[in-house]
Design a protein around this ligand. Structure first.
Ligand SMILES: [Zn+2]
Length: 404
């Protein structure tokens, strides 16, 4: 199978998107529910309409395009997002939406009337509201109400106010008729590139378990307090950081990771023994049992370190999410489709979250990864070749047309 219209479509669409939220030094900022995200959606809808597809939006501002008539049931939805992080790249999310549009065009060029729709979701990134996958979460009913109510943007405007401006009504939000969900996305890691692999078939999406650890020692004069009398919270934190790393290494074979990404130290001056140190701990994995062992190891070691050093502590869960397993039959079918397309492929977990998480409990859900240069993403240096997106389109087409 050869693609006939994809290269031209991708070239034109990236050129049309390019000025939106463009930064002087390269890269883009297109935060959720801002002018820039609105412009991305308008541009997508205009292009899809000009291509002759039926185009519509829902009450939270997600955009859709399809060739099939309204009311069609049992269609395949190809989705991703059009927002970006602050100083992000042009491919995260956009590649998936454009791949979906390319699939529609290729199917039409082949006079293949398969029921397929493309979705561009709002607010996948947490950069503006500190909540991710909002658009897909709302139309699948998977975004919790309290999370929705608590979220506000960087200016303090509630997320609900933005949604109401788009006509949001809770009961009207749900997406109907979707029989399965597929998403193409850049990998955002280096695994495919290092293995020289063209296609990743995603097995599961990792979930974060996040904790805040507050260590309370005693802030004292650094000259007048002898070593045996100290209760240094930063030294305890240093041990905890390494213990968290060790716990991650022990679960590495199960694709789990453990990170202390943020340290806050007080009084944080040279001539005082640190008295209070706060750590933010991020544990992630695709297996609940592995996440549980990680948590137990971290809890046990924090307790041991603090007892030995005379440090009081409070370990609080900040955000606990569950890993999402993707459909196994779809994984096999995507591997077979890659095989038929003559593309090298591997099954791999996703460390990052995606809109696909919102669909996994609702209908069979699959994801295709394509490489991005040096694994760089959420960065103005993010880059993927159009030919790599074309590879992904080919896999989706093979899967859909059942030629695999
Ligand atoms: Zn993304």
């Amino acid at each position: 199978m050869k693609l006939t219209v994809t290269e031209k479509l991708l070239t034109e669409m990236f050129a049309r998107f390019a000025p939106i939220g463009a930064l002087p030094g390269g890269g883009v900022t297109r935060l959720a529910y801002t002018e820039q995200e609105d412009a991305m959606h308008e541009c997508f809808r205009d292009a899809a309409r000009a291509l002759g597809f039926r185009v519509w939006t829902d009450c939270v501002g997600n955009s859709y395009a399809a060739a099939f008539p309204e009311g069609t049931q049992g269609y395949t939805l190809l989705g991703s997002h059009l927002d970006s992080v602050i100083e992000g790249g042009e491919y995260d999310g956009v590649a998936g939406v454009l791949a979906g549009l390319a699939v529609l065009c290729e199917l039409r060029a082949r006079k293949n009337p398969l029921p397929v729709a493309v979705a561009a979701f709002r607010c996948e990134e947490s950069s503006n509201f500190r909540v991710c996958t909002v658009g897909s979460g709302l139309v699948t009913g998977t975004l919790e109400d309290d999370v929705l109510r608590a979220a506000s943007d960087r200016q303090g405007v509630p997320l609900l106010a933005h949604l109401r401006a788009h006509g949001y009504e809770k009961d009207a939000a749900l997406l109907r008729g979707c029989a399965r969900y597929l998403e193409l996305h850049i990998e955002q890691g280096r695994v495919l590139q290092e293995r020289g692999c063209e296609i990743g078939v995603v097995s599961a999406i990792a979930a974060p378990h996040r904790y805040v650890l507050r260590l309370n020692g005693m802030a004292e004069h650094s000259g007048a307090t002898p070593m045996p009398l100290r209760r240094d919270s930063l030294c305890a934190a240093a041990e905890v950081i390494l213990a968290v790393e060790r716990a991650g290494q022990e679960e590495a074979a199960n694709d789990s990771v453990a990170t202390v990404g943020a340290v806050e130290n007080r009084p944080n001056v040279m001539n005082a023994v640190p008295g209070t140190t706060t750590l933010q701990i991020d544990l992630r994995g695709i297996r609940e049992d592995s996440l549980r062992r990680l948590e137990q190891a971290v809890t046990r070691r924090v307790e041991e370190i603090c007892a030995r050093r005379g440090i009081d502590y409070a370990l609080k869960a900040a955000d606990i999410k569950h890993p999402v397993q993707l459909d196994e039959a779809l994984q096999r079918a995507l591997c077979a489709a890659a095989e038929t397309a003559g593309l090298s492929h591997m099954v791999m977990p996703s460390g990052a979250g995606h809109d696909a998480m919102s669909f996994a409990e609702l209908c069979p859900t699959g994801m295709v990864f394509i490489p991005c240069r040096d694994g760089v993403s959420h960065n103005i240096r993010e880059h993927t070749e159009l030919s790599q997106i074309e590879n992904g389109v080919l896999v989706l087409l093979h899967l859909l047309s059942g030629e695999a």
